[in-house]
Design a protein around this ligand. Structure first.
Ligand code: G3P
Ligand code: CA
Length: 248
């Protein structure tokens, strides 16, 4: 499965409707987006807790209303063709999702977003299989699995190399966290992941997912080892390459 990282963010402004629509046009199986809660309790799609990188003006999302956030242009940075693009609400993102396609909802803030997020998901009547929750914060995954056990949730971990060459979290620590929070799987960075890590994770009953992979050969490496999804900034390119290999 090819997941469009923040939409087709290699070619359109990340976490925007043009990026999500482009991902669908390019045949992505799923989109991934980052979500925060606004001052007035709305769920919006933006990577950072503030708007400086996305819009060049520094507003803190949790202290700003949706109406104020909507005035920002988050498209112009990627080129004049995207001028006037605004931060989308989660509802606007849901509206782009074709039948049977999926969304990976990355919770970028804390537990406070969960009640409103679950309300939005049930309002849009997406199938349970179409929605996946992901988060670096294990506490958030635990809460999602407690409140909405029918949805899949993956714990994210960015593996960092220690001075002795090993990686943190270790496989054992990752497994302990996954079991504790009742995650369905792990979304990992590419670094520190080898055959053994993926095999042991699968043998323990957990799915493996990976981000961010923009090189077809590396995507194929993960697919060959049973990694269930590859998140990429270039869904069209990765989809084409994997398809070509599969039909050989
Ligand atoms: O899919 C997980 C990945 O999106 C996490 O990293 O920084 O791109 O949100 P980031
Ligand atoms: Ca993300």
């Amino acid at each position: 499965m090819v997941v469009a990282h923040r939409g087709a963010s290699g070619e359109a402004p990340e976490n925007t409707i043009p990026a999500f629509n482009l991902a669908w046009q390019q045949g992505a199986d799923a989109i991934e987006g980052d979500f925060h809660l606004t001052k007035d309790g709305q769920v919006v799609c933006i990577h950072d807790a503030n708007t400086i990188k996305a819009a060049g003006k520094n507003l803190v999302v949790k202290n700003t209303t949706l109406a104020e956030l909507k005035k920002l242009d988050v498209g112009i940075k990627k080129g004049p063709a995207f001028e006037g693009t605004s931060i989308p609400t989660i509802g606007e993102v849901f509206e782009t999702i074709p039948e049977k396609k999926k969304i990976y909802i990355e919770i970028k803030c804390g537990l406070e977003i969960i009640p409103q997020l679950l309300k939005e998901v049930s309002k849009f009547q997406l199938e349970k299989e179409q929605v996946v929750f992901i988060c670096f914060d294990a506490k958030v995954i635990a809460e999602v699995k407690m409140k909405a056990p029918d949805f899949k949730a993956y714990w994210l971990a960015d593996l960092k190399q220690n001075k002795d060459g090993t990686f943190k979290p270790s496989f054992e620590d990752a497994l302990t966290t996954l079991r504790k929070v009742k995650a369905d799987g792990m979304g990992s960075s590419r670094s520190g992941i080898d055959d053994e890590f993926i095999a042991r994770l699968q043998n323990a009953g957990f799915e493996h997912h990976v981000w961010t992979v923009n090189e077809p050969k590396i995507a194929q490496w993960f697919v060959d080892r049973g990694t269930r999804s590859v998140t990429t900034d270039f869904p069209g390119k990765i989809k084409r390459a994997l398809k070509a290999k599969a039909s050989n």
